[in-house]
Design a protein around this ligand. Sequence first.
Ligand code: ATP
Length: 455
Amino acid sequence: MTDQKLDTIISFCKRRGFVFQSAQIYGGLQGFYDYGPLGVELKNNLKKAWWKSMVYDRHDIEGLDSSIISHPIALKHSGHEATFIDPLVDCKSCKKRFREDAVVEKKCPFCGSTSITESRPFNLMMKTHLGPVNDDSHAYLRPETAQNIFMNFKQVLDSSNQKIPFGIAQIGKAFRNEITPRPFIFRVREFEQMEMEYFVLPEEDEKWHYYWVEKRMKWWLDQGLNAKNLVQSPQAKEDLAHYSKATVDILYRFPHGLEELEGIANRTDYDLGCHTKYQSDMEITAKINNHKQSTMRLAVQNVDSKKWFVPFVIEPSAGVDRGVFALITDAYREDITDSGSKRIVLSLKPHLSPFKVAVVPLLKNNGQLMNYSQKILGIIKHCGWGRVRLEDTGNVGKSYRRHDEIGTPVCITIDHDSIEGDQINTVTIRDRDTMKQQRVHENQIVKFLKENYFA
Ligand code: ATP
């Protein structure tokens, strides 16, 4: 894949209302994007699929929705104030500022000059102020969703009847003042994460780490990503974050290269250890910042020995925006039809498609056709699968093309035979991927769609 593919995806996303540059009318705000009418559906569908697999389909994971503004003391003890940094350099020639890892063969990636400053640490957290006085009452916009999960560990455990091993899942915004936010929605300054912290017995950490790597890989395949574009990549020991004993990244072949889509880390007892009361009584194995500011013991009592221990944490952490980018990249293709014309198809899995069904009357000014189309639309809306659309342009071919391009898995065409003659009350159901058409009686539409698309 190439830069050309990246440009194609970016302009497709804009043209079809998936993703817009934020504040475009004022020249755009770098590192911020808005999701348009189709993008918000795809994004919500992806989050729904994650939540279903993490929370609804299991008995051992609870959900959480915690605050975005984060307590500065929490981010001090978690290590973020001291270590959530990227090395920053400046090019003395073109004055551009970028991450040190963007330097290619000691040259500026923008102008090629070798006149580059020494790197210096840059903290990626975004600061804000609380209350009317702009003194030192600062707080942070959370740089990840995880910290409030750790801080709520005991309250969730006590209120939910769970036992180790169990997890807490959360989807939400995170903010990082990225030095070079690009390309497109891959690296942005405001993004969404789908994170789950799974609390396990310390001696079972490796077993559960392996389990979650396999589970998460399979989940991305179930979302339709092509296996040849996904790579499991264990991080080298020297690259591990300070809290991690082992991390496996799931990389995706984005248009600009093979890059991280999700990371699955074995965070040991670092996180609960950082935030717990009575740290010194707990035999914490990780190197933590010792303090006496916490008011809650984030630990579990062994039933037999009655000893308190701090569970280890396995964390699958995925980016929603990178997920959307990967799904669009993977599903987008340009076919040449038998008649020699170009057909753009977004072959998303039906549960992710922004529109589930388009109902297409043959003519737009025919009252009978329109009435019957409205009736069919009502039947499908009732199923609650998601957005459905009446495509009343009167041009069936164009409607098919438009819906192929935005990933609608099925079009239902209403023609004269639907309203009179031998085939009355039947419709034509057309499949996006195969373009195959089938005549189906209205009583069978829901069953047919359920069996073939929305099981
Ligand atoms: P990278 O090395 O690419 O900066 P990271 O290792 O810092 O990512 P994590 O802190 O592990 O990322 O965050 C978990 C997930 O959140 C990542 O796998 C990614 O999908 C997503 N993510 C992280 N930073 C960004 C960002 N700036 N923009 C979009 N998504 C992000």
